[in-house]
Design a protein around this ligand. Structure first.
Ligand SMILES: Nc1ncnc2c1ncn2[C@@H]1O[C@H](COP(=O)(O)OP(=O)(O)OP(=O)(O)O)[C@@H](O)[C@H]1O
Ligand SMILES: [Mg+2]
Length: 656
């Protein structure tokens, strides 16, 4: 993380970077969560809606197959009713006449029942149970309808158990279904179903004169008849499986009991005798409304469609069902969700990474600005910030730099002003005047003391006991002379006598003057003089004084050993020559930095320093409209930089 959290004063302080990253993360998280929630909802709705739409179409197909079977029964019966064989049989009254032929029709067309009655509905021939004739079928729903209308009719009907026994005990046996306990089915007191559900058709047989001479009816018992449901499954779902189970299923219900189905029990057998979910039963059978939606089927959830099956009178007697295993869709849904979540997660991680870098791009320059501000607060007015970006941060950094330059400039002006004030103040002026007078008056007698003590020393044998005190007199007198000269220089403050000069050669001269002195024996002097230095309009003797003072100060600060680098260069932007004196000496403590230009400030003992060197230098440079600046670190060294304008006024002095 680019920022940090710290505990301070009992409160938690977070850096801008941390806050930036956290708020970006929060935004990303909120967006991701909303995105995922919307996506999940969308996927769920889409998949469920699609599955329901499909199942609705499947039910249409299933109905078509179911009705085509009913049509088939109806067609067979109508065709048989028109056959002369049947008409002849009814006219002759000899049932045996057509028995074999009709039995063959029944077997060929896959009917369970094919029976002929007379014009009153009394059974004459029953192919499925030849021994059973003479019973009255006139009350049967289908046969009764033909008797009344003399038209062919066909419908799904419920055939009571006793009628099934008449048609054939085998059929009655096939129709008999014991209920199987099914979760979520409605409560029923009965335990067994004896009636059967039949696709049944009947048609009138008419004599040549158009009178009704008999009725022929037939049907397919749907109980335990799997051809229709399997055909639906095969046609609609192409027998597709999922994890070893059929994806699509179809069922014919008699009331709420599965009498024909390819839904499987857990042991793999067909779920005959299991019953419908109560909610579905209520809606489809009791209320007569189709059901499209998920439903509990035997032992699992399916996406289903149910619709009522009605008999000839429009009574709801059962349901037709198709359903798709929900698990497949749930799994697809889960898979898509996982992919979706994966993408969202990846997106979040990538966004977080980007957020981190974005935050860093902001926080790093801010941290730099903060660091520079701290330096500025510690009076390090040279503090500057480097920010390359062209945005508001770049602007801020630029403003900061401008501000600190302005501060630095003002600081220099203040110093200048303060010095001037000191110089100009009456008292100091008086002191200056006085000291100048005294210095002047003292100069001649002192010169005498120096000269005569030298003479004395020269005439004295070197082992004379008095020689030592006289030598001390010479040293002290020399020092007094130095102080007096300094005082005179300082108080004189004469206007510089400027001529066109080469700064490099002035500096070279200074080096030549000092380098043989003992002080410089262990000091390595490097000269990096700018070659294209223009000539400057200066007072060479005053500037030499300044340079000498700088060089001697540096040498004294290095106390017998070190490296002094003298560099000159031209700053064309400001039309100034810069002269740098960089030493590896002891450095100047921060507290002294502001005092070193003060007159009489010295850290040297009385023999070495008067504390006037820098004060005089400062005055001289100022008179030249130049600047002296200092950069120092205790223990590492000090660099003084003198900047002198090359021109006296406007014109530039050019090297020839
Ligand atoms: N290069 C330097 N390295 C470390 N300290 C310095 C350097 N130059 C100046 N100073 C400090 O500034 C003080 C003032 O310097 P200045 O030249 O005014 O006086 P001085 O050298 O002490 O005496 P004088 O120059 O009169 O002989 C010095 O005493 C010293 O403490
Ligand atoms: Mg000095």
């Amino acid at each position: 993380m680019p920022g940090k959290i710290s505990f301070w004063d009992g409160r938690v302080r977070t850096s801008i970077a941390t806050r930036l990253v956290l708020s970006l993360l929060l935004v990303i998280l909120i967006v991701s969560v909303a995105f995922v929630a919307a996506g999940v909802q969308l996927i769920r709705n889409r998949i469920v809606a699609e599955a329901q739409e499909k199942v609705r179409y499947d039910l249409n197909a299933a109905r078509e197959i179911y009705l085509s079977d009913l049509r088939h029964v109806s067609d067979v019966i109508r065709f048989a009713a028109d056959r002369t064989l049947l008409i002849d049989m009814l006219i002759s009254g000899d049932a045996e006449y057509a028995a074999a032929e009709l039995e063959e029709v029944r077997a060929r067309e896959g009917l369970d029942v094919l029976t002929v009655t007379d014009a009153a509905g009394i059974v004459l021939l029953r192919t499925s149970n030849p021994g059973q004739v003479g019973d009255d079928q006139g009350q049967d729903q289908i046969v009764g309808a033909v008797l009344r209308s003399r038209e062919a009719v066909a419908s799904t009907v419920i055939v009571p158990g006793e009628d099934l026994v008449l048609e054939s005990p085998l059929l009655a046996e096939r129709a008999r279904i014991e209920y199987v306990d099914t979760p979520l089915a409605r409560e029923r007191t009965e335990t067994v179903e004896t009636a059967g559900m039949m696709l049944k058709a009947a048609a009138p047989v008419l004599g040549e004169d158009g009178t009704l001479i008999g009725i022929i009816y037939g049907g397919i018992l749907l109980n335990r008849q799997f051809q229709i449901v399997d055909e639906i499954k095969q046609t609609v779902y192409e027998d597709m499986t999922y994890e070893g189970r059929d994806i699509g299923t179809a069922t014919i219900f008699q009331d709420d009991v599965r009498i024909s189905t390819n839904v499987r029990n857990t042991d793999g057998s067909r779920a005959i005798g299991t019953r419908a979910w109560e909610e579905v039963y209520d809606q489809v059978v009791l209320e007569g409304r189709p059901w499209i939606g998920r439903a509990y089927v035997v032992n699992d959830w399916y996406i289903t469609a149910y619709e009522p099956i009605t008999d000839l009178d429009g009574r709801i007697i059962g349901m037709l069902y198709v359903g798709i295993l929900e698990k497949r869709y749930v799994d697809i849904q889960r898979e898509m969700l996982l992919i979706f979540l994966g993408i969202a997660l990846l997106g979040t991680v990538v966004s977080m990474g980007l957020a981190y870098f974005a935050a860093r791009r902001i926080s790093v320059p801010i941290a730099r600005l903060a660091g520079a501000s701290r330096e500025l607060a510690r009076s390090k007015l040279h503090a500057r910030v480097k920010v390359a970006s062209g945005d508001e941060l770049g602007e801020l950094a630029e403003s900061f730099n401008t501000m600190s330059s302005a501060l630095q400039e003002r600081d220099e002006k203040l110093k200048d002003f303060a010095t001037k004030r000191i110089m100009e103040s009456d008292r100091l002026a008086l002191v200056g005047q006085l000291s100048a007078n005294i210095a002047h008056e003292l100069n001649n007698p002192l010169q005498g003391i120096v000269t005569y003590s030298h003479l004395l020393l020269e005439r004295m044998p070197s082992d004379d006991a008095a020689a030592e005190p006289i030598r001390k007199i010479v040293v002290q007198a020399n020092r007094c002379r130095d102080i007096i000269r300094g005082l005179l220089d300082f108080s004189r403050q004469r206007k510089p006598d400027k001529t066109v000069c080469d700064v490099n050669s002035v500096l070279e001269q200074c080096v030549a003057l000092v380098q043989d002195q003992a002080l410089f024996h262990n000091i390595e002097v490097t000269k990096q003089f700018g070659r294209e230095l223009p000539l400057a309009v200066i007072d060479p003797s005053q500037i030499e004084r300044v340079f000498m003072n700088m060089i001697i100060n540096a040498a004294e600060a290095m106390e017998g050993g070190g490296h002094l680098r003298l560099a000159t260069r031209y700053d064309p932007g400001n039309c100034r020559i810069e002269i740098e004196f960089a030493d590896t000496g002891q450095g100047i403590p921060e507290g002294n930095l502001e005092k070193i230009f003060d007159p009489f400030f010295t850290t040297k003992d009385a023999r070495h320093g008067t504390g006037l060197g820098l004060a005089i230098s400062y005055g001289i440079v100022k008179e030249h409209r130049g600047i002296i600046s200092v950069d120092s670190e205790v223990g590492r060294g000090t660099t003084f930089t003198v900047r002198l304008p090359v021109t006296e006024s406007e014109g530039v002095a050019v090297r020839e």
